[in-house]
Design a protein around this ligand. Structure first.
Ligand code: NDP
Length: 264
């Protein structure tokens, strides 16, 4: 029987995941189809997943923490961070994983040895990335517009600030994990602050892909080496697909056809 997979998010229309996974399924003759579901209420994730008879799913903004709560069991790195971006249906049990952080580590390899990162934003993506960075021995500073979510990051060992009390230092890499610029034209922090931050970093990465955000445009105007979220998307997608097909396909083949979908 053909398997059905989906991505849940709000917004979700922009997501390239259906193209990426369907490209792999089609070229490698794997009997499956991948669609998108616009979900506004994260607490309805589990019932919607089961009602659609899904074999697996990806979860994007803003439901990754709701996805953690929706799972019957959470494995690996996702368990540590409380953030799930991939769910597998194992005999009616929802098993949660996180492939975002490893996907991001793959994306920043080309920047070389990174020792000191400033993370903008404190949502689900930031949680996963910061935990991975700390595990890798990287010094992490976090800047968010509001206080509420900072406790988790303090406990992890990050230096945490809001826009009001931020103390600028020098960074190897600045990563935007906020959703500023995704559906609007906002910067991830007030422009005076962003200007100063950009003047004190070697590299920049934005988690948002498929769109030059105001943040990325400003970065480019300063001739700083930067990248959008496309490679992170590819990295997390390859790892999620391996879980979807239960490792029945070769990783190199998955990567090849997933990369091909970026040309579409
Ligand atoms: P969450 O909703 O969990 O967190 C969003 C964060 O952004 C919060 O810290 C929030 O601050 C902050 N924020 C939202 N709007 C603004 C704004 N206008 N100005 C400043 N800060 C803002 O989202 P996720 O962590 O799940 O996702 C974040 C982004 O990363 C999304 O754009 C998503 O598309 C992208 N992403 C890309 C991936 C890829 O593969 N390339 C993978 C995963 C995510 P506050 O706490 O104050 O509300």
């Amino acid at each position: 029987m053909e398997k059905l997979f989906a991505i849940f998010g709000d917004p979700v229309a922009h997501s390239r995941s259906p193209l990426m996974h369907n490209s792999v399924f089609k070229h490698l003759n794997y009997k499956a189809c991948y669609t998108r579901v616009h979900l506004t209420d994260g607490s309805k994730l589990k019932e919607t997943f089961l009602a659609l008879g899904l074999s697996g799913a990806n979860i994007t903004v803003p439901h990754k923490e709701a996805a953690y709560a929706a799972c019957d069991e959470v494995r690996g790195f996702a368990k540590k961070v409380g953030v799930v971006n991939t769910i597998i249906n194992e005999n009616g049990h929802l098993i949660g994983y996180n492939t975002d952080a490893d996907g991001f580590m793959f994306a920043i390899k080309e920047f070389g040895d990174i020792k000191n990162i400033l993370v903008l934003g404190a949502g689900g993506t930031a949680k996963a990335l910061c935990a991975k960075f700390i595990d890798a021995g990287i010094k992490v500073t976090l800047l968010n517009r509001s206080q509420e979510r900072l406790a988790y990051f303090r406990e992890l060992g990050c230096d945490c600030f809001t826009w009001e009390n931020f103390e600028l230092k020098k960074y190897d890499l600045v990563v935007n994990t906020t959703s500023a610029g995704l559906k609007d034209e906002e910067l991830p922090a007030p422009s005076e602050l962003i200007e100063k931050i950009l003047d004190n970093t070697s590299f920049v990465a934005d988690a948002i892909y498929g769109k030059a955000t105001p943040f990325l445009k400003l970065t480019q105007s300063k001739n700083i080496i930067c990248k959008d979220g496309a490679d992170m998307l590819l990295g997390q997608g390859v790892l999620a697909n391996e879980l979807f097909v239960n490792h029945e396909l070769k990783t190199d083949d998955i990567k090849k056809y997933m990369s091909k979908s970026f040309e579409l």
